[in-house]
Design a protein. Structure first.
Length: 237
């Protein structure tokens, strides 16, 4: 853990991770996948607790592998027949509501900034407007759906593209603010927090689940795609 950081900041973020896992479990009901995900959290948590990722001189950065692995899983779910068959049946409404976790994430980042663990450009008073996706998610979930059926497909697609852009904005700024050889921003107060326990779960878990939610939804909603979202008790029109 980060020395001198108020313990409530750690508790807030751990609670956010648990919320993310619970919301994701409501989307992905397969127990085998959830057990693998729990193991992933355990492995990355233990490694970060033992400061495995605090090696900023290594190239490539150690955490990179733990980002590439979930990215490969996401790509598999988007391009493979098996992955498309599985993700095409997921609830689009629940995938939207997953973005609610971005609200406590942004609050955590703000507290980390106040405690000089990340630069201001990573919070909502700087260049990070990702909280807008979290705040708008409940309204999009209410307005764009009737039960599980999509009724405002175009608006839903626009929201996913904008929210994805907001996510990519903070990811790029966070990466370029980390104290690596390619650092471009935040030299006075680098992004160090996300390489410590429990905050390593932000890039290796929370960001990946939110990215998954956007890409799978866009993959399903794009007009002309043969892979429709078909909930058990309703069909999309």
């Amino acid at each position: 853990m980060i020395e001198g950081l108020p313990f409530y900041v750690n508790l807030l973020f751990i609670a956010t991770v648990l919320l993310t896992f619970w919301l994701f479990a409501r989307i992905i009901s397969k127990k085998k996948i959830l057990w693998v995900l729990a193991l992933w959290l355990l492995i990355t948590g233990v490694l970060s607790f033992n400061k495995f990722f605090i090696s900023f001189d290594s190239f490539p950065p150690r955490f990179l592998l733990f980002v590439i692995i979930p990215l490969m899983v996401i790509v598999f779910s988007l391009v493979s027949r098996r992955g498309i068959d599985f993700t095409g049946k997921l609830s689009l409404k629940k995938l939207v509501l997953l973005s609610i976790v971005r609200i406590p994430v942004e609050l955590t980042l703000y507290l980390l900034f106040l405690n000089k663990q990340i630069p201001e450009l990573m919070v909502f008073t700087g260049r990070n407007f990702d909280i807008l996706a979290g705040l708008s998610a409940p309204f999009i979930g209410y307005y764009c759906f009737e039960g599980e059926e999509v009724r405002k497909k175009s608006l839903l697609l626009i929201w996913h593209f904008i929210s994805l852009a907001l996510l990519m904005n903070i990811v790029i700024n966070a990466l370029l603010s980390a104290p690596f050889s390619f650092q471009q921003f935040g030299f006075e107060q680098p992004n160090r927090a996300v390489f410590y326990f429990p905050f390593i779960w932000l890039p290796t878990f929370i960001v990946m689940t939110v990215l998954f939610s956007h890409l799978v939804s866009i993959r399903t909603l794009i007009p002309g795609r043969p892979y429709e979202n078909k909930p058990a008790n309703s069909s999309m029109t």
